[in-house]
Design a protein around this ligand. Structure first.
Ligand SMILES: *Cc1c(COP(=O)(O)O)cnc(C)c1O
Length: 384
């Protein structure tokens, strides 16, 4: 890796060349919907902002550099990026996804399956027999999410990508939870990497965005084509804001992760807690694998209360600093109940199969002082 390839340098790099008029250090906002042609025959590089826009192009290039991709598309939301991944598939394509994938991904894949657009099997990807069975008829797209949401199971990205290739398909990884600061799925063998930039990449909880990036240049071109054809591309202003958020990404992740590790260790010692799910804990089943394929455990964790649904409600009602809300990766610490919030699109049987209990809580650790966060959680436990 050259010095310029390091994450902090990529995100902090100024591009005064993008503004020949004034040499701005912070890139201008090009909000124009359209751009002037010199004559009807010579198409300028930037002609119409749905297709291509300088702020979006800068974000695509930056995210591609962070993930080791050749390019791709920046979309208006994470779900638009998931839709884009499916748009390019032929009718009847076979998709294999984790049984505990992000609720919105489950909703989209399941709806396409019920419409007959795709075949989709949801499996426990850590169960070799179930995975082999799901891949036995071939696969077009193997969907990977690790750590999984909301139980933080770790799957072996390299092994899964190789299995997808052996079954003549592509492997896509949703890297929203870890960001390229902690995991680089394309280096581990995947073909596509997906982000909800709504989360840690923007980090300020004030917009929606997504990205789908490809290792292969032809595939990246195809994604840009479909994203334009389907009108999925993100707005210039949002792209500029996400660039602004990215400047501090490595600093934020370091701090949030440090606090998450402290909180996870503290939770392990609490009587009111039945289980803690965090790959950074030595007790976590995925600890060794996470240590191999990730450069850190991240800022997200899950824990289960001993007292069931009622205890959960009393605990949540007593919190003050930590907000009950379903997003993640922002400056502010959020807690959610996956069963009724993020994963309500998943039927109860599917939730049970995925191990999502009513007293499972998911915590996205933010930038507050860790002592204050622990004091707030202590208030919650006292109320149970
Ligand atoms: C939030 C999220 C998405 C969807 O992103 P939106 O920006 O909300 O559309 C997809 N995957 C994961 C892991 C997420 O957390």
């Amino acid at each position: 890796m050259s010095r310029k390839d390091r994450i902090a340098t990529i995100v902090a790099g100024a591009r005064p060349d993008l503004d020949p008029a004034y040499g701005s250090i912070s890139p201008p906002l090009w909000s124009s919907d359209t751009f002037r042609w010199p004559n009807p025959d010579d198409k300028p590089d930037f002609d119409y902002s749905r297709t291509v826009n300088p702020n979006r192009a800068l974000l695509v290039d930056t995210l591609a550099a962070l993930e080791g991709a050749t390019g791709g598309a920046v979309t208006g939301s994470g779900q638009a990026a998931a839709l884009l991944a499916l748009l390019r598939l032929p009718l009847g394509a076979r998709v294999v996804a984790p049984h505990d994938c992000y609720g919105g991904t489950y909703r989209l894949l399941d709806a396409f399956r019920r419409q007959g657009k795709i075949g989709c099997t949801f499996v426990d990807q850590n169960d070799p027999a179930a995975l082999d069975a799901a891949l036995s008829d071939g696969v077009d797209l193997l969907w990977i999410e690790t750590p999984s949401n909301p139980l933080f199971r770790i799957v072996d990205v390299g092994r899964l990508a190789a299995a997808a290739h052996a079954a003549c398909g592509l492997a896509i990884a949703d890297n929203t939870f870890l960001t390229p600061c902690r995991q680089r799925p394309l280096d581990l063998g995947c073909d596509l990497v997906l982000h909800s930039t709504t989360k840690a990449l923007n980090g300020h909880g004030d917009l929606f965005g997504g990205a789908l990036l490809a290792k292969d240049a032809a595939l990246a071109e195809e994604l840009a084509w479909w994203s334009n054809a389907g009108g999925l591309n993100g707005a210039a202003h949002d792209c500029a804001q996400i660039m602004r958020g990215l400047r501090t990404l490595p600093l934020r992740i370091d701090r949030q992760e440090q606090s998450a590790l402290r909180i996870a260790r503290w939770l392990e010692g609490q009587e009111a807690v039945r289980a803690v799910h965090y790959p950074g804990l030595e007790s976590a089943p995925g600890h060794a694998l996470a240590a191999r394929q990730q450069s850190g455990p991240g800022f997200m964790l899950g824990f289960e209360l001993a007292g069931g649904g009622e205890a959960t409600r009393r605990f949540l009602a007593a919190l003050d600093l930590v907000s009950l809300a379903s997003s993640l990766g922002g400056f502010s610490t959020l807690i959610c109940v996956p069963a009724t919030m993020t994963h309500r699109g998943m039927p109860p049987e599917a939730q049970r199969a995925a191990g999502i209990a009513e007293d499972l809580l998911r915590l996205s650790v933010g930038l507050e002082d860790a002592d204050d966060l622990i004091a707030d959680l202590t208030r919650g436990f006292a109320a149970i």
